[in-house]
Design a binder for this molecule. Structure first.
Ligand code: HEM
Length: 456
């Protein structure tokens, strides 16, 4: 690679004055547009040192992403956003923990999201989707993101707690709304006080976390001694034992459950919202998909029988292509522990390393006509020439998303069920490039209104 001639050099990047402007834009604009412009101007490896002098690097080249996630992962720990903002809510759950604790928990939890376990959730996903379709029967227009968040929250809630969660569903939904808005603010333009200051914002956030904790602890207490009667994630966490026979304490179970609750629904809701947005704008694909699933048993079209959650399915291709253009998680960040060299450039110790799905997935050198929605890019065999990590919606390496099979199966089942039943047509936004909000997961920054009609 030509860049290796710069072995050990600082990557190109903005000068001091421009950095000040860039830092301001990072606070006032969506992070994905700033990173895209940065990549266009300086290439895929960019020095993002902050005006404060804190080192940072954008890595938007597949081999560089692979190096950080797979090649030398022990040198890259969770970045400060995981250790500070996210751990306030997730505690020591799987997303935020590190080291021995993460290894132990990962070994215990991984089987709960394997393909066999995911298949056991099929009926639940189909039932919740049918309940949503019943709700839609009396309406001719829906707010798509709201509906997707509602159905995916019901699904993950029931997968965790069975029917016990029903009477708490509204409280959980309300608390999650507060947290989402709160996180948006914490990473947004309006400065917020450190969490120990009793500001109205911090009090609201704390109340929402307390509300969720109260529900989760009540559900854990109610289940104690009856875990064997259920086959949901709570029972699996309560009965899991390490090789030495140790069990998780209640705080650890709480942290894992809250992590699944949040990580497990917003992302899938975002993936589905963008899938429908793109299908509505590409009626030819939408109709092909309808023909593909009409009158079929959803579990057949999802292809569980192959044990691969539908590698051959057009449904899966439609979801993957949507996650390429609009990755629900548009960046993952790490902090370099020691100095490293990536793609011939120096990564200083302590640098914040930004790996961007959004930028890589839209790179015209990797994807021809990158904004065109073409699910056939993911047809069997179509990506053989493509470098690893040109598509990484679920991250990679040992910290790859543990819920990815669950998410893909869920998205395909919901899509199959809805597409065979009703046609969703876009009412708004009608302009080509909807504003995005990437503060938490990447979602449209304006309501996506869909008309619900019969297929003619
Ligand atoms: C389309 C849906 C989803 C997307 C795009 C997504 C994306 C991701 C990404 C990019 C990561 C890696 C973060 C990093 O390396 O810093 C991650 C981790 C994680 N995800 Fe997902 N996710 C989805 C659905 C789910 C679901 C359904 C669950 C659980 C029910 C889940 C649970 C987790 C957990 C626990 C981690 C942390 C794993 C670890 O560090 O060991 N996700 N996800």
């Amino acid at each position: 690679m030509a860049r290796n001639r710069h072995s050990g050099a600082t990557p190109p990047g903005p000068g001091v004055i421009e950095r000040l402007g860039q830092a301001r834009r990072l606070l006032s604009e969506d992070v994905t547009s700033v990173l895209t412009r940065t990549r266009e101007r300086y290439g895929p490896v960019v020095d993002l040192t902050m005006p404060s002098g804190d080192p940072g690097v954008l890595l938007a080249e597949p081999s560089a992403v692979q190096h950080v996630l797979e090649g030398n992962p022990d040198n890259y720990r969770r970045a400060s956003v995981y250790r500070e903002e996210l751990s306030e809510l997730f505690g020591d759950g799987l997303l935020t923990s590190e080291g021995d604790l993460w290894h132990r928990q990962h070994r215990l939890i991984r089987p709960m999201f394997g393909s066999g376990s995911v298949q056991s959730f099929t009926d639940l996903i189909v039932d919740e989707t049918d309940a949503m379709l019943d709700r839609w029967a009396s309406r001719d227009e829906i707010d798509l993101l709201q509906e997707m968040e509602r159905v995916t929250l019901s699904i993950i809630g029931t997968a965790m707690f069975s029917a016990d969660v029903e009477r708490h569903a509204e409280d959980i939904r309300a608390a999650l709304q507060v947290l989402r808005r709160g996180f948006q603010r914490e990473v947004g333009v309006v400065p917020t006080f450190p969490e120990w200051v009793p500001s109205p914002h911090n009090r609201r956030m704390q109340r929402a976390i307390d509300d969720i904790d109260a529900v989760v602890h009540e559900l854990i207490d109610a289940r104690r001694g009856r875990a064997e009667e259920y086959d949901d994630l709570l029972s699996k966490l309560l009965t899991a034992r390490t090789d030495e026979g140790a069990r998780m304490d209640d705080e650890q179970i709480r942290d894992e459950l809250v992590t699944f609750l949040l990580a497990g629904h917003e992302t899938t809701a975002a993936a589905l919202t963008w899938t429908w947005y793109l299908l509505a704008n590409n009626p030819g694909v939408h109709e092909r998909l309808h023909d593909h699933v009409a009158d079929a048993d959803p579990t057949d079209v999802v292809g569980f029988s192959a044990g691969t959650a539908g590698d051959e399915s057009l449904l899966k291709q439609c979801v993957q292509e949507a996650m390429r253009i609009y990755p629900p998680v548009p960046v993952v960040t790490r902090e370099a522990i020691d100095r490293d060299e990536v793609a011939g450039y120096e990564i200083p110790a302590g640098a914040e390393v930004v790996l961007s799905q959004f930028v890589v997935h839209r790179d015209p050198d990797l994807w021809e006509d990158p904004l065109a929605y073409r699910p056939e890019r993911f047809a069997p065999g179509a990506r053989e020439e493509q470098p690893a990590y040109s598509f990484f919606p679920f991250g990679g390496g040992q910290r790859i998303c543990i819920g990815r099979l669950f998410a893909l199966a869920e998205a395909q089942l919901i899509l199959a069920r809805v597409v065979s039943d009703v046609r969703l047509t876009l009412r708004s936004p009608t302009h080509d490039t909807p504003a995005v909000d990437s503060a938490v997961t990447m979602v449209p920054d304006e309501p996506v209104e869909m008309a619900v009609t019969e297929w003619s």
